[in-house]
Design a protein around this ligand. Structure first.
Ligand code: GTP
Ligand code: SPV
Ligand code: MN
Length: 593
């Protein structure tokens, strides 16, 4: 008798009508075969899915060039289909599930004709963690199949977990004809289903990532009492060998991968990588908040990655231990057949093809690599990967960090007075947007907890869930706010050197958590005493430092007014405690004149 999984796959095959159905086992031999296929197979009739790159400096690496209109997540085409619109919330696009299924069924009918349907069984989370989930994605993209092998635990463990049950998360994906007018990324939280048509790009197509591990999982977390967050996870080791675990929410393309792989410039300090994009956090038996990274790979921003900014990532990309490493929408050094990108070490090569394969020179108007070009690489070959990455329990979190891209206003670091105040400040986070989502670059928008594009239900309810979690965690982490992006108003340059030097801020946070250091009270929160951020060996002027910590009363009042407007859209779904915190902030600011 067919299992529910087999039945579901057959049903989807009847709809999509592929020439062939192929069940992936996640093995290296299979990945090699798939990459071979991708090198000969054309991406919708124009050029190959994969190009082989030189293996000299980046062994086992391949280049993928996406369709020119398919280079980032498309938030305006992403829907969360709860039966009622209020549950979906003003933070998401909504369509009734019946209507969505009807529309997608039409779009999907026969969409895999002439193609192979790959069946990808995979786990999100360590198979021995009770929160891990078995999933199956169907896709007609060989690029997606290979990427999923790098990003997830694919193969036997997932099939064993599913067995003859119907307990698995379903993903149906087709690149369709890549027409943005027929592109939809749709979530059905009540059915544990993601249905994505018309895009082959990252968060739109690797359905275990944003679609399941954040949008659907955040909904599961609401009902099961845990948190699915857009956070990196690190352990900060101090000279005594003590490790303080932290998770940090930063919006897309705003520094999670870089912070997660930080190479310390402070002697005796070291950062261990547990995750760079997603954290699932639950209350452990010991009453602390524990975090696991459900992924096993990095899908990271390429431009700016160098030995200077992120040496651990360069070493990771150069390892070649896990097959393969993918470069998506990188430029190509034609002479050496190496990938190239803006900010890479060394001189600009003489002969460059841009991310679409066209000749490029430094005089060209656009960048050679797409601003949202990315690498896909296994965490197994990263030199800073924490031994605890393999611990099914995850790591106990002592500090939660929240940060955005703010050229003004937000200080380098401050600490919340308490959980409720921290949840308020995180809900009020703003950020200048990046190329990780289309049509959005450089606007200031509210991005609560860096989750605006990823929360799978009404954000008012999400804030309530955060407040409730704080009451339920017997030993909650402390909440901190960071900003690496404050600039000098006259020169436009960053006031803080960032990258490896961020260890100095992590040190202060670890010292706070361990009760080793005091702080001063300001209207917005607790800030370091002068001299408490370790600056030895760093060339930051006293003036720059003052500006990094300046709390500008009028600007903060203006910010508070904007946050009030942002809150309005949630109506009575917004927890009153957050309004109380909002009023209290305004009062403290007004009283500080
Ligand atoms: P997603 O993968 O999209 O979720 O993003 P991420 O948060 O992992 O972003 P990532 O670390 O890849 O950030 C990339 C961008 O942030 C690049 O433009 C970097 O140059 C910039 N960046 C990262 N860390 C720093 C820093 O400490 N200072 C400055 N000025 N820029 C930084
Ligand atoms: C992000 O945009 O936050 C990413 C890349 O991490 S994607 O997987 O495309 O969502
Ligand atoms: Mn992300």
């Amino acid at each position: 008798m067919a299992t529910p999984l087999e039945e579901w796959v057959e049903e989807q095959a009847r709809l999509t009508k592929p020439d062939e159905v192929y069940w992936c086992d996640g093995s290296e031999e299979e990945a090699q075969r798939l990459v071979e296929i991708g090198m000969t197979q054309e991406r919708l009739g124009d050029h190959p899915v994969f190009y082989e790159l030189s293996h000299k400096n980046f062994p086992n690496s391949y280049l993928h060039r996406s369709h020119p209109t398919d280079v980032a997540r498309t938030e305006h085409l992403t829907f969360v289909c709860h039966p009622d619109e209020v549950t979906t919330g003003p933070n998401n696009n909504w369509m009734h599930p019946n209507e969505a299924v009807e529309m997608l069924t039409k779009l999907t009918d026969g969409c895999m004709r002439g193609r192979t349907m790959y069946v990808l069984p995979y786990m999100m989370g360590h198979p021995d963690n009770p929160f891990s989930k078995a999933c199956v994605q169907l896709t007609d993209s060989v690029y997606v199949a290979v990427s999923m092998r790098i990003m997830t635990r694919m193969g036997e463990a997932a099939l064993a977990r599913i067995g003859s049950s119907d307990n698995f998360v379903k993903g149906l994906h087709s690149v369709g004809d890549l027409d943005p007018n027929r592109r939809f990324i749709m979530h059905f939280p009540l059915d544990n289903l993601v249905w994505s048509v018309g895009s082959g790009y990252g968060g739109n197509a690797l359905l275990g990532k944003k679609c399941f591990s954040l949008r659907i999982a955040s909904w599961l977390g609401l009902h099961e009492g845990w948190l699915a967050e857009h956070m990196l996870i690190i352990g900060v080791e101090d000279p005594e060998g003590e490790i303080t675990y932290m998770a940090a929410a930063l919006p897309s393309a705003s520094g999670k991968t870089n912070l997660a792989l930080l190479q310390s410039t402070l002697p005796g300090y070291r950062v261990w990588t547990v995750g760079d994009d997603i954290a699932w956090m639950y209350i452990g038996d010991d009453g602390r908040l524990w975090a696991v990274n459900p992924e096993v790979g990095f899908f990271g921003v390429l431009p700016g990655t160098s030995m200077k900014t992120n040496p651990n990532m360069i070493r990771c990309l150069a390892s070649g231990e896990f097959f393969p490493t993918l470069f998506t929408n990188a430029a190509l050094d034609v002479d050496t057949r190496e990938p190239w990108w803006e900010g890479k070490d060394g001189p600009v090569p003489e002969h460059v093809e841009d991310w679409q394969g066209k000749p490029w020179t430094p005089g060209s108007e656009k960048t050679a690599a797409h601003p949202n070009s990315r690498f896909t690489v296994s965490i197994a070959q990263c030199p800073s990967t924490s031994p605890e990455f393999h611990n099914p329990k995850g790591v106990p979190i002592s500090a939660l960090l929240f940060g955005g891209r703010r050229t003004r206003l937000i200080p380098l670091v401050y600490e919340a007075f308490n959980w409720q105040h921290g949840v308020f400040a995180a809900s009020a986070m703003g950020t200048e947007t990046t190329s990780a989502a289309m049509h959005m670059v450089g606007m200031l928008r509210r991005d609560p907890m860096a989750m605006l594009p990823f929360c799978g239900y009404n954000m008012g309810d999400y804030f309530r869930h955060w407040l409730t979690m704080g009451q339920r965690i017997p030993h909650p982490p402390k909440l901190f706010f960071i900003n690496w992006f404050r600039t000098d108003d006259s020169t436009g340059e960053f006031l803080w050197p960032g990258f490896g030097e961020n260890i100095r801020v992590l040190k202060w946070i670890a010292d706070r958590v361990r009760g080793r250091i005091g702080a001063r009270e300001t209207p917005i929160g607790l800030m370091p005493h002068q001299g408490d951020i370790e600056l030895s060996g760093l060339n930051v002027s006293q003036e720059a430092l003052e500006r990094l910590f300046k709390v500008h009363r009028e600007a903060w009042l203006a910010e508070a007014a904007e946050v009030g407007q942002f809150y309005e859209q949630f109506g009575d779904r917004l927890p009153p405690e957050l309004w109380e915190e909002h009023h209290a902030l305004v009062k403290r600011l007004e009283g500080s004149a």
